[in-house]
Design a protein around this ligand. Sequence first.
Ligand code: EPU
Length: 311
Amino acid sequence: MTRAAAHLREIRALCQGRVLEQPLLCKYSSFRIGGPADVIAEPRTRNGLIQLVQFLKAEAIPYVVIGRGTNVLFHDAGFRGVVVRTRGLGYWGLSPNGSQFGLFTVEAGVSLPFLVTQACKRGFGGLEDLWGIPGSLGGAVKTNAGAGRTSVGEHLRDVTILTSDGQVQHIEQEELCFGYRFVNLPAGSLVLEARMRLTRESPEIIHTRLRAAKFRRRSSQPRGIPSAGCVFKNPASDLSAGAMIDRLGLKGLRVGDAQVSEIHGNFIVNRGQARARDVLELIEIIRSRVEEQEHVSLSLEIQVIGEEGAR
Ligand code: EPU
């Protein structure tokens, strides 16, 4: 048996979930862009994920962990190594926390839209502004995803992570020091689970806030077309990258099938057959125009994954 075949056999044994060879990454990205990976692996349990990651490290096999692929750009050449998806970590539960609060325990692979819906349905408020943000809870915690005045971090009670040296660690809210698209997690760590404390509120209040959030998102962001959400971080709390790109007249600018959204300047949409290299070229054009004319340097919010894509 070759070394590669032995690795694959071990990956399958540890994973106990779906393992595919040569998957096209465009199928696993909301951008619908990306070439093949060597392997994609979806561990079915938390232990499977931990053991798989430990094995990949021990064997020095390149790997990357993703949630639902909603904030990533896979390179056209794909990824030489294993793409690990957390989708199988789908447990969630709700327990009372005094008469006024509910404690949601949520594994990394649970979808954020599902969690928002469950919280609202069960009469717990606080997450309504996050309606419409796609992706997994793990990814949302790692990037402190947010919208309006809410971000995931402010509702967290604690987070369970796998550290880069393979230890499972609990981190309390006080230590997480959340900021704009930032959380203080040890470098190279992986979110396994989070606990969120939400407040019981009247269904009418929740419904009103939810309706407002849906309206805001539907009227200001592109829908029904592949994208990875906002491409750039906002340079400052009172400076929207989208608004700057709009002011410079860059909406609608196109490289191949990659286009700056005509609805929101910080979205790049895939009009059909966009390649990563089109998106990256568009990103460079936007960056240099913003740098030249506004003297602001934009940094990426999306993660570029793959051979020539790392930055
Ligand atoms: N604006 C424009 N033109 C545009 C886009 C925005 O003039 O093309 C103006 C808006 O009219 C508004 C202001 O800029 O006056 C702010 O716009 P918006 O409310 O859309 O906020 P944003 O700062 O551009 C952030 C997040 C979004 C999140 C929205 C809503 C970042 C990078 N983006 O965008 O998050 O949905 O607020 O709360 O922080 C994402 O992270 O993927 C994302 C889309």
